[in-house]
Design a protein around this ligand. Structure first.
Ligand code: ADP
Ligand code: MG
Length: 593
């Protein structure tokens, strides 16, 4: 066979390997989680492809992961019957960084360094294949892709900037398909090659892997063996009881080694919600999405009837892209399965509208075809119905947070995802009823705690017909607006819309519980206190003054009018009924600047 060929790692890989080894030294055991997660991904890929290409798995139908710990020699072998890698894939996947998990790790590492550095936190992240070098000084990956008729061996050493690839030559190591990873443990880490320890780690880290994980375990069973009669004893017994003919036996434990199923393979979403604990849901969330914080809420449900699917949805505790970033980015937040087969996590609005793309979860459909493609997803009536149900459940879940005893939770939600909800008001008319109760604003009567529209409506004066708001760029400037005077005097509450998106969102809603939203900065604000007689008299008296002012200001204003809406200020600039509000005008100017 051709000799081993030597390759240099991409520079980032070497740096990453250094980082991993230096920051995760106290949490080395994550290597096993990472390797199992890769094996599980590889099995997912194979299962998915074999739906349309059954020949891929014809040689070897079992989809499983096997872990063998050789205590004596300090070697761990992990084998999966997944998709394997071609020679080129070995170079691309294990020699360069293009992978999401790894990128996330680098970012987390940077964030946590910026925040003072917390190694434990980093330990919760997906750090990928290279974590093998936490415990091993030599790693051998022997792999066979169904796309190739050859099996290749990748070999790398800790603290080296290069690796080698060659063809597998040992006939004993030839596998029908998949990947075998051999870890030659470092001197101080040989303790990991202990079947019991491996079993514990698998149980702890990988109970949500949906393929069977077998570990090589020593087992025992007791059996009864006959005992040779002691002649002296026998004689004695003879005299005691002539008829006792029973042979003597004793129990011995017979030891042997065998593969033992070590994980529970029933996916959590197939279990009965009543039987799953919050801790299990949270753990599933953290492990599935590689997160270190628990979700704010979860919802586990089954739908039957027209379409059948099961799902667990989550509201994350923080916005991954930062609060100010809106949602254009595609996410990998929803994992779609069809009858337990993982199909895709690459969606762009098919299952959730853009503004709800922060919702994470799994969806397992019974009705979609296994070979469902992107095009089918976009066209499918079933998917449209699923989307509708999912969106409703997501709203229920969010509403649930807002109703919880713990006000902090909803504050957290609003802080992170308030913008998304407002965006929803603009983009999704159909769900206005569900979106509006989720909104929160400061107001003239609540400057420190945000209130909901329900709270506003409850607080309305008996004769009050509208929900008043003022749009401005800060609470301070909203508070000082002259328009506010009259309403304050009458103790009418006014919402402060201080974020750029607020005004557009409110205008899209138009009304809440049949009360119109009214901008107090617009002309002809009717506070229900018109006195026609008095107005006519004032108009008569000051009509000429108005004409004179209009003449002096010319084109700068549209008109000059007498108003009853001020109490302390002599005059105020308002915007026309049909024009942009002052705030909008400012925003538009900023946009075009
Ligand atoms: P990630 O899993 O986030 O993609 P990893 O560093 O864990 O990053 O793995 C890098 C890549 O190597 C994987 O995306 C996959 O393509 C490949 N790979 C790793 N382990 C296996 C395996 N057991 N079988 C097939 N491919 C694998
Ligand atoms: Mg991985």
């Amino acid at each position: 066979p051709p000799p081993a060929e030597k390759f240099e790692y991409q520079a980032e890989v070497s740096r990453l390997m250094d980082l991993i080894v230096n920051s995760l030294y106290s949490n080395k055991e994550v290597f096993l989680r990472e390797l199992i997660s890769n094996a599980s991904d590889a099995l997912d890929k194979l299962r998915y492809l074999s739906v349309t290409q059954p020949e891929l798995s014809k040689d070897y139908a079992d989809l499983d992961i096997r872990i063998y710990a050789d205590k004596e020699n300090g070697i761990i072998t992990l084998t999966d019957s997944g998709i394997g890698m071609t020679r080129q894939e070995l170079v691309d996947c294990l020699g360069t960084i293009a992978q999401s998990g790894t990128a996330k790790f680098l970012k987390a590492l940077k964030d946590s360094k910026d925040a003072g550095g917390d190694n434990n936190l980093i330990g919760q992240f997906g750090v990928g294949f290279y974590s093998a070098f936490l415990v091993a000084d030599r790693v051998v990956v022997s792999t066979k892709s169904p796309k190739s008729d050859k099996q290749y061996v990748w070999e790398g050493e800790a603290d080296s900037s290069s690796y080698t690839i060659q063809e597998e030559t040992d006939p004993q190591l030839i596998i029908p398909r998949g990947t075998r990873i051999t870890l030659h443990l470092k001197k101080d880490d040989k303790g990991f090659a202990d079947p019991e320890r491996i079993q514990k780690l698998v149980k702890n880290y990988s109970q949500f892997v949906s393929f069977p994980i077998y570990t090589w375990q020593e087992k025992g069973y007791t059996k009864e063996v006959e005992v040779e009669d002691d002649p002296a004893e026998a004689k004695k017994e003879d005299t005691d009881d002539q008829t006792e003919k029973k042979k003597k036996t004793k129990k011995v434990v017979e030891r042997y080694w065998d593969w033992e199923l070590t994980n529970e393979t029933q996916p959590i979403w197939l279990r009965t919600p009543k039987e799953v604990t919050t801790e299990e849901y949270n753990e599933f969330y953290r492990k599935t999405f590689n997160e270190y914080l628990d979700p704010l809420a979860s919802s586990h449900f089954t739908t039957e009837g027209e379409v059948e699917f099961r799902s667990i949805l989550y509201v994350p505790p923080v916005s991954p892209m930062g609060k100010d970033d809106l949602v254009n980015q595609k996410t990998k937040n929803i994992r779609l399965y069809v009858k337990r087969v993982f199909i895709s996590d690459d969606f762009d609005g098919e299952l959730f509208p853009r503004y709800l793309s922060f919702v994470k979860g799994v969806v397992d459909s019974h009705d979609l075809p296994l070979n469902v493609s992107r095009e089918i997803l976009q066209e499918s009536r079933i998917v449209r119905i699923m989307k509708k149900r999912l969106v409703r459940k997501a709203f229920d879940m969010i509403l649930g947070i807002s109703l919880s005893e713990n006000r902090d939770d909803y504050e957290k939600f609003w802080d992170n995802f308030g913008k998304h909800i407002k965006l929803g008001c603009i983009e999704d008319r159909e769900n206005h009823k569900r979106l509006a109760p989720l909104l929160r604003f400061f107001s003239s009567q609540s400057e420190n705690d945000m209130i909901s529209l329900d709270e506003y409506v409850e607080n309305m004066k008996p004769e009050q017909k509208a929900i008043y708001y003022i749009a401005s760029d800060s609470i301070t400037s909203a508070k000082n607006a002259p328009f506010l005077e009259k309403l304050m005097e009458k103790e009418l509450e006014v919402l402060y819309l201080v974020e750029p998106i607020d005004e557009v969102a409110i205008q899209s809603l138009k009304a809440y519980k049949e009360k119109d939203f009214v901008d107090i900065g617009k002309e002809d604000l009717d506070l229900g206190d018109k006195n026609e007689e008095k107005e006519a008299a004032v108009k008569k008296e000051f009509g000429q003054t108005c004409d004179w002012i209009k003449k002096r200001l010319g084109e700068k204003v549209a008109s000059v009018q007498i108003s009853n809406r001020l109490s302390a200020s002599p005059c105020v600039l308002v915007s026309g009924k049909f024009g942009w509000s002052a705030n909008m005008e400012k925003l538009m100017k900023q946009q075009s600047a």
